[in-house]
Design a protein around this ligand. Sequence first.
Ligand SMILES: NC(=O)c1ccc[n+]([C@@H]2O[C@H](COP(=O)([O-])OP(=O)(O)OC[C@H]3O[C@@H](n4cnc5c(N)ncnc54)[C@H](O)[C@@H]3O)[C@@H](O)[C@H]2O)c1
Length: 275
Amino acid sequence: MMRVQRRLKIGIVGCGAIGGGIARYIRKRLKKDCQLTGLYDIEYGKAERLRRELRLRGVEKSSLKSLIQRCDLMIEAVNSLSTRSIIYEALARRRDVIAMSVGKLLRTPGLFRVARKHHCHLLLPSGAVAGIDAIKAAALGRIRQIRLTTRKPLESFIHNPYLKEQGFELACIKGETVLFDGDVATCVKFFPQNINVAATIALASGAQDKMRVRIVTSPDYKNNSHEIEVIGDFGEITTLTENIVCPENPKTSYLAVLSAIQTLRQFCQRTYIGT
Ligand SMILES: NC(=O)c1ccc[n+]([C@@H]2O[C@H](COP(=O)([O-])OP(=O)(O)OC[C@H]3O[C@@H](n4cnc5c(N)ncnc54)[C@H](O)[C@@H]3O)[C@@H](O)[C@H]2O)c1
């Protein structure tokens, strides 16, 4: 007898650059594997606009609780202090989760335990960088040093309270300027919306204590770039990713949206290449 596979029901929380990009892709290219059953955004109008644009009928858009109830897999793409509790809610109800706000998960090993306890997946896409696959493999041996240099345009740092406190006047920056040089935990704390990649590398390598992060800006920078250097028993890795930013959110690289879509595709098709 032929087995008919049911489409995976997807709920998206956060209808901004990433959530919107994933929803459009599901609608156009993943219809065979996935069905959008929920869109939720704290700004109701954003979910509604997306629902209308994609002509989605019967898609839940009003409450997180019912979105979780109606989906098999929840995609978290919010910029919020409640990210952790949103992910927890889904895992506790045995939903698989793709999480984008990786910076928020760095100090939350409990969420991975909740996922294991409830036999569900907590998937973290590689985001805006290249080389996470190799870093995970290298982590099976000894990693001696990791260095991440992130370069972003000035606009990415508007309204950052830490920079104000440190006396940086973005308008007065004329050339290449190092805004931060230090450890991952501090970096994620003070640049929560700019440096998810640092958290992804830290989690993938399990070598947070060997890692240093530099954040550099300049009025000449137009795009985001991330340079990763890793030294370990395996040898050395250097990757440089030069990203085009999303028009909807200049803090977010387009590659991050694509990496989330690819994670979803692989999960639907049960085929994991280079992960
Ligand atoms: N993993 C990576 O490499 C990577 C790369 C870029 C961005 N990110 C992260 O992904 C997340 C989404 O990024 P984005 O560019 O789509 O942001 P965005 O600002 O474009 O969209 C975020 C959306 O979340 C909504 N929102 C905020 N709080 C909410 C809540 N409590 N419940 C529901 N909706 C809420 C906002 O209204 C907004 O529409 C951010 O946390 C960002 O830091 C991760």
